[in-house]
Ligand binder design. Structure first.
Ligand code: PXP
Length: 252
């Protein structure tokens, strides 16, 4: 099974927003990403709108519909975001924790503690036709709770693994990777589709892509950064090659 690649274009919007200008346009990056072989587009409409804007959601939705590719809408579990998602009806809604002061999404969603609110949001989003994914740590209690609230997908947070691997903390990285593997197997045994993302680069993608239950990786920051040097299509194509190689090597 090939692992799908969802390209997160938030940081194209970050550059645009840094100057309050109209460019670079996230939708142009999304179009280029799909043409280069991305299997879908991911975008996070944050409460503070520091990445994409409400208007971006409309044009990204239109583009993905036109290209027949999924839009994965990352969102906090708030009335405002659920309302926007119910209007936009993206292919997928990925519920993430969100704190205003964080630099990026830190840690996974606490589905165990937020069970009631997450059940309500999941039910509404599913009824509107979106696949619901929960961005969580590879913790068995969180995975079981994700299943219990009715999510169809979990996205495992790979940030800690990538940080440890990049820092050369070999034993720590190995232990976190084992948790990701066990978590993916547990989720799959419960009937959940397993995705993964956060912090992935060329150096960390292969061990993650080799986990057999993982169906999709969502990658943003590294690809947009790499695009400065080699262009977005080339960055995406190289990531794809590494993902496919990891799967083939794992199956061999
Ligand atoms: N998946 C989720 C749920 C995220 O919140 C993010 C970051 O917005 C990503 C994937 C992509 O992470 P990165 O930008 O570090 O590749």
């Amino acid at each position: 099974m090939i692992v799908r690649l969802g390209v997160n274009i938030d940081h194209v919007a970050t550059i645009r927003n840094a100057r309050g200008s109209s460019y670079p346009e996230p939708v142009r990056a999304a179009e280029l990403a799909l043409a280069a072989g991305a299997d879908g587009i991911t975008a996070h409409l944050r409460e503070d709108r520091r990445h994409i804007s409400d208007a971006d959601i409309a044009v990204l939705t239109e583009l993905c519909l036109k290209r027949g590719k999924p839009l994965n809408f990352e969102m906090a579990v708030t009335d405002e975001m659920v309302g926007i998602a119910l209007q936009a009806r993206p292919h997928a809604a990925c519920l993430v924790p969100e704190r205003r002061e964080e630099v990026t999404t830190e840690g996974g969603l606490d589905v165990v503690r937020g069970q009631n609110a997450i059940t309500v949001a999941t039910t509404q989003l599913r009824e509107a036709g979106s696949r619901v994914s929960l961005f969580i740590e590879a913790d068995p209690a969180q995975i079981r709770a994700a299943h219990a609230v009715g999510a169809q997908v979990i996205e495992l947070h790979t940030g800690a693994y990538c940080d440890a691997a990049r820092a050369g903390e070999v034993e720590r990285a190995k232990a976190i990777l084992e948790r990701l593997k066990t978590g993916a197997a547990l989720a799959s045994s419960l009937g959940l589709e397993v995705h993964a993302g956060h912090g992935i680069d060329y150096a960390t993608v292969k061990p993650i892509a080799a986990i057999p239950q993982i169906a999709e990786l969502n990658i943003g920051h590294f690809l947009i950064g790499e695009a400065i040097f080699v262009g977005l299509p080339q960055a995406i194509q190289r990531m794809r090659v590494l993902m496919d190689a990891a799967r083939h090597e794992a199956a061999a």
